[in-house]
Design a protein around this ligand. Sequence first.
Ligand code: SF4
Length: 158
Amino acid sequence: MGLDNLLAGNAITLKLKEAVAWARKYSLWPMPYGTACCAIEFMGVVAPYFDISRFGAELVRFSPRQSDLLMVMGTINYKQAPILKRIYDQMCHPKWVIAMGACATSGGFYNNYSVLQGIDEIVPVDVYIPGCPPRPEGILNALVKLQEKITQEARKDV
Ligand code: SF4
């Protein structure tokens, strides 16, 4: 009896990096970087009604060294940009970034000399959430999109 026949129906096989990605995507530790009204909406997502813990991301941390998901919520001005960049740099790899809302994504309606026109000018963004502010469902949808991205990254042959 060949090994394939022996395993048929009795075992699940997958690459180690896919198993690691599976564990990572269901145990994200978000760090909320809230500067404005979008951060209030995030509070609803971690509360029981929307319950972000269903997606394995309820362990909110306020230290970049304990986080792997930076969630930027609100307006980022040029004075604050170096702080955001430094916090991103302090996070260990692998790490991901979600830009929540119009301000973090593109500057929103603050199209002026003092506001960064999107955080992707200083940090790489994995998922953008549209809206002003986004609905909690939009935030959960972004989380699912990020989980899919983590799986796809693991399947790529590097
Ligand atoms: S996108 Fe809208 S709700 Fe979010 S921080 Fe900007 S102004 Fe506030």
